[in-house]
Design a protein around this ligand. Structure first.
Ligand code: SF4
Ligand code: SF4
Length: 190
């Protein structure tokens, strides 16, 4: 039987296949406004997460994947290459403007993953998420995770890079499922 236009078929996790409000559309808020909105939602998480066990499972799953990914970046030497590069005269590849890839939902996911975004300052020089030891975010944008410059490729080799990309892809897939569920729960609040 054909699906009625008003039907919203759901997958085995109960998520809308139509996508609802996902993917996120550019917010009219600036970065600080988006951080404040994410913080207000995060502070009420006990209230809105009730009755959504899938949310808790996805958060745990993402947390584990992010730990595994961070470990892989460290063990395969990617962090060392980028750290040395960041200390050099040209600095790392993180650039001003990348923060605009992060909508309220991405900032909220980072807060759920334990990232403290208090005191973030927007400057004209660099991405505001660059901290003393590199990027402070745990849940990064696909472009941030997937970019490997020529130096990185040369020093690590393509096999390690494709391993990292594969792990990153699986992590991003969990993250997108979580974003999707957050939109479903929070609807227009997000
Ligand atoms: S990806 Fe390349 S340019 Fe970016 S921090 Fe790493 S080594 Fe530097
Ligand atoms: S990796 Fe982090 S610091 Fe670098 S551009 Fe992306 S969000 Fe900014």
């Amino acid at each position: 039987m054909p699906t009625q236009p008003h039907d919203d078929p759901q997958d085995h996790r109960g998520l809308s296949k139509k996508g609802g409000l996902w993917p996120p559309r550019p917010s009219p808020l600036d970065l600080i406004g988006r951080i404040q909105k994410a913080k207000a939602l995060y502070e009420r998480m006990d209230e809105w997460s009730k009755g959504h066990p899938a949310l808790i499972c996805l958060c745990k799953d993402l947390d584990n994947r992010l730990r595994g990914l961070a470990l892989a970046f460290q063990q395969l030497g990617a962090w060392d290459v980028c750290r040395m590069c960041a200390l050099g005269p040209k600095g790392a590849c993180c650039f001003k403007g990348a923060e605009e890839w992060y909508e309220t939902v991405h900032l909220l996911v980072n807060m759920i993953m334990g990232v403290d975004l208090e005191g973030i300052q927007v400057t004209e020089e660099q991405c505001p998420f660059v901290g003393e030891k590199g990027c402070i975010l745990r849940y990064k944008n696909e472009f941030c995770l997937d970019f490997f410059c020529d130096r990185c490729k040369r020093e690590l080799g393509m096999e390690k890079i494709s391993n990292l990309r594969s792990l990153a892809g699986k992590t991003i897939a969990i993250g997108i499922t979580l974003e999707h569920l957050l939109y479903r729960i929070l609807k227009s609040d997000l």
